[in-house]
Write a protein that binds this ligand. Structure first.
Ligand SMILES: [Zn+2]
Length: 275
């Protein structure tokens, strides 16, 4: 739990409200989604989009893992941290949340101004014509193509990203776009892809309109996050950090408040001071 003096200094930052918020995996760990960059998680080579597009075996493994993983992630819900941020936005304390997460939990918590730097894993799009579907729709098509598969593999190990590590995928049939027949993919930024320019520009605009930048649950290992911190530094607005463990900007002078702690407990404590 954060020291009360630190929380008070964080609360003072809201005198310059609205603040822009940038969140990372650390805000979703309290919802049961592991932080694959966090301590104690084994390194896992991220699948690149080139592999996904060129190799049907990768796509079979991906959809099989997504289907089996979905059985255990269906109980994941927004936590107290997501809910507090949604209330901050309603109260005019923040102008939106920029997130590195693809878990859709900010929107489910009720945040309306959400910039998803790395996309949204609950959205599936086709690669030729941008036809869009929900993940649940596509997993339903998977079940029709592969009757009984999900139940047979229900015991598979779950990877840190929530997908299951299913071994028998040679005979898996992968769903394709029902409109045009092209390859379907999650609407997320994969390893080897860039954050789309309009998305980054929307995030920049939030930082440009904010009186401060609040970073929550991110070690800032991702370059896009650092670029947004630079924008805040150029404007000379205060930067606050709530995170378990070190971040890439801890030593910078522009970090005016640094709280070592969990997102949900800290935001709940903060909200008590802002009332
Ligand atoms: Zn299509």
């Amino acid at each position: 739990m954060a020291h009360s003096g630190e929380l008070e200094r964080l609360a003072e930052l809201f005198d310059a409200a609205p603040l822009a918020v940038l969140t990372g995996a650390g805000i979703s760990t309290d919802s049961g989604i592991p932080d694959y960059r966090g301590a104690g998680t084994p390194p896992r080579t991220p699948m690149s989009i080139a592999q996904f597009m060129s190799d049907p075996a990768y796509r079979r493994r991906f959809w099989a893992g997504a289907r089996v993983g979905s059985m255990r992630s269906s109980g994941v819900t927004p936590n107290a941290g997501h809910l507090a941020l949604a209330r901050f936005e309603t109260a005019g304390l923040t102008n939106g949340v920029i997130t590195q997460n693809v878990d859709n939990l900010h929107r489910r918590a009720g945040s309306r101004s959400v910039v998803e730097l790395h996309g949204n894993g609950s959205v599936i799009r086709c690669t030729e014509n941008d036809h869009r579907f929900t993940r649940d729709q596509v997993l339903g098509w998977f079940d029709r193509l592969n009757p009984g598969f999900a139940v047979r593999n229900a015991g598979a190990e779950i990877a840190p990203d929530g997908d299951a590590l299913v071994s028998e995928t040679d005979t898996v049939e992968t769903p394709s776009c029902p409109e045009c027949g092209s390859i379907l993919r999650p609407d997320v930024v994969y390893f080897g892809e860039l954050v789309p320019r309009p998305v980054f520009e929307t995030a920049e605009a939030l930082v440009a309109a904010a009186g401060g930048l609040l970073l929550i649950g991110t070690s800032l290992a991702v370059n896009t996050g650092i670029r947004l911190v630079h924008r805040a530094q150029l404007r000379g607005i205060p930067i606050a950090v709530i995170n378990r463990g070190p971040t890439a900007i801890d030593a910078r002078e522009s970090v005016t408040v640094r709280i070592e702690g969990g997102a949900a407990e800290t935001l709940e404590g903060l909200e008590g001071l802002l009332r």
